[in-house]
Design a protein around this ligand. Structure first.
Ligand SMILES: Cc1cc2nc3c(=O)[nH]c(=O)nc-3n(C[C@H](O)[C@H](O)[C@H](O)COP(=O)(O)OP(=O)(O)OC[C@H]3O[C@@H](n4cnc5c(N)ncnc54)[C@H](O)[C@@H]3O)c2cc1C
Length: 325
């Protein structure tokens, strides 16, 4: 009998799992609540037509499996090394970092590789799965709009840990394990300036500030020219500003940017985006959660290793366990 498999979430982990299962010959149906695949590997186009990588900033590749995937993306023109000048910034004090690791970005947008991996898969976008309920030996999925989404033999839950908990209710042990993972928020502000920002860095880890990271978007390969900056709040400041109005976040983050570079600067366009679940803190040690008897599992950056590479490896690992490979 052919196993029907549902994958909930089309971030890198879900798409990597779905792609591996599809390649192994299983019929896979992916559900994604937003407009398309990519998840936190996101690029936002503002009303003014500017684009910003407002989620993941870059990725590294240490595991041979992910290195092979990154090479394939590079061969297809969907990823490239980012040669931006990176350093640290503390109240006007600039320190350049040694180039100790290769940093990659998606091209032309951060999620380009995820979108390519999703090509040819059956992805239903704009569907938020709300319930995953046992029906005999299988699972019935229902959307938040009350739509029946079908009955599946196996389910992959590939969403951030706090959102995975209710979807894993039918497998209480997995739900309990997922519930132990805390994910930090990140308030992200996208800002365009009319003049070049006087800073000799393209990306910086910021200390002594509500910000933790800033990046000059146009320094990444394949991006349009223009003085567009992404300002990420630290976990502490993002938590403090989590429920604040976007204008308050923007004002404070721009002020903190000016403090960090030690110059008065004013953007001509700003947009704020709240990532409620940005990064696991910390991730679980196990690279997947899986209950073979129930036929349900979870993957994502909160399983195994945090970040983009961890999400990919977690998705592939869960596909292997599900397919018995
Ligand atoms: C601000 C920020 C900065 C980051 N910086 C870096 C960095 O520099 N380097 C790095 O390696 N990583 C970084 N990361 C982390 C990186 O983006 C993630 O580790 C990785 O993208 C996670 O992939 P994932 O598949 O596990 O989850 P996600 O990408 O979150 O995918 C989950 C998907 O599930 C969907 N979903 C959720 N609930 C449901 C539901 N009920 N029904 C249907 N769909 C659902 C979501 O819409 C989403 O598309 C950053 C993340 C953020 C937010």
């Amino acid at each position: 009998m052919e196993l029907r498999i549902a994958v909930i979430g089309a971030g890198l982990s879900g798409v990597a799992a779905a792609r591996a299962l599809h390649s192994a010959g299983f019929p896979v149906q992916v559900f994604e609540k937003s407009r398309g695949p990519g998840g936190r590997m996101a690029t936002r186009r503002t009303e003014a037509g500017d684009t910003f990588d407002h989620g993941a900033q870059y990725f590294t590749a240490r595991d041979p499996l992910f290195q092979a995937q990154v090479r394939a993306w590079m061969d297809a023109g969907l990823a490239a090394e980012w040669h931006g000048v990176i350093g640290t910034l503390e109240r006007g004090r600039v320190t350049r970092s040694e180039r100790e690791q290769v940093r990659y970005v998606g091209v032309p947008a951060m999620g380009s590789g995820v979108k390519q991996l999703a090509q040819g898969l059956d992805v239903r976008s704009g569907i938020r799965v709300e319930r995953v309920e046992r029906e005999g030996p299988a699972w019935r999925l229902t959307s938040d709009a009350g739509e029946g989404l079908g009955v599946f033999d196996r389910v992959v839950v590939a969403v951030p840990a706090p959102q995975a908990v209710p979807l894993l209710a039918g497998a209480p042990e997995l739900a309990a394990r997922a519930a132990t993972v805390r994910m930090e928020p990140c308030q992200s502000v996208m800002a365009r300036f009319a003049e070049p920002v006087p800073l000799e860095l393209d990306g910086a880890f910021v200390h002594g500030s509500p910000l933790s990271w800033i990046a000059r978007d146009a320094s990444k390969p394949g991006r349009a020219a223009g003085e567009r900056w992404v300002l990420h709040g630290s976990p502490e400041a993002s938590r403090e500003y989590l429920e604040r109005a976007p204008e308050d976040v923007t004002a404070r983050w721009v002020e903190a940017f000016a403090e960090a570079i030690g110059r008065d600067i004013r953007p001509v366009e700003t947009v704020a985006h709240r990532w409620r679940y940005a990064l696991p803190s910390p991730a679980l040690e196990e690279s997947t959660l899986f209950d073979a008897a129930l036929g349900i599992g979870a993957c994502g950056d909160w399983c195994g290793g945090p970040r983009v590479e961890g999400a990919f490896l977690s998705g592939v690992a869960l596909a292997r366990r599900l397919s018995g490979a």
